[in-house]
Design a protein around this ligand. Sequence first.
Ligand code: SF4
Length: 255
Amino acid sequence: MLRKRIYKADVPFPYHMTEDGNSRVHVSNVLLDAINREIVDCTLCPRLNEYRNSVARIKTRRFRDEAYWGKPLTGFGDPSARILVVGLAPAAHGGNRTGRMFTGDSSGEFLASSLYRVGHASQPTSLSAHDGLTLKDVYITAVVRCAPPANKPLPSELENCSRYLQRELDALRNIRVIVCLGAVAFYQITKLTGCGRKKFSHLAITECGKYMVIASYHPSRRNTQTRLLTAEMLDEVFLTADQLVHRRSEVAEPS
Ligand code: SF4
């Protein structure tokens, strides 16, 4: 049975993890702890440091009474996950405010409701780091950990931050399927997994070494309001991910 784990660290990471007690998960936890400690202290990208700090200081009217996180974001979810969800970057007043990926903005709401419908999330909302949301068999991360101006990281910033994504891939030993939300995430993952440049299209499936990579439109407000991405389409992405996980598991462990 999955149970909530209290995160013991000097830094009060604002997210929840789950564990099932097996040793692979323990190894993943230890490695993720080390990666996460480095991430929250990272200052490799001066432009992003300055931007996320200024957003956290100035705030927006709607959230002017809230304390913003204002630091790089770690991934969150189930360390024994077989599905990795990779987004672009925290939103200035979403993740950069709440301290958790895909939390406190419309993209997070859209993603959480889909994960809930397909059975990977404990609740259909993602409002704050302490809202009780837990993920089952899914870990969420992003190609860039600091909110970028206009949601557009520079190539050098993508390159800087890829070290953390690479290390997460190494630490999350059960991952079989990677769901990339948006073209930038897709290109970074295909590059990191040695697949080279592949064409992005929604629901395209690419085999990259030991991973099956699924491309999806990002659940940004613009994409969902224009219905480029609907709830049904995102559900289909995760149902496809589940099918691929089971197919890969059958190949790995023949009966
Ligand atoms: S984007 Fe990544 S590499 Fe750049 S400062 Fe933030 S955490 Fe560090």
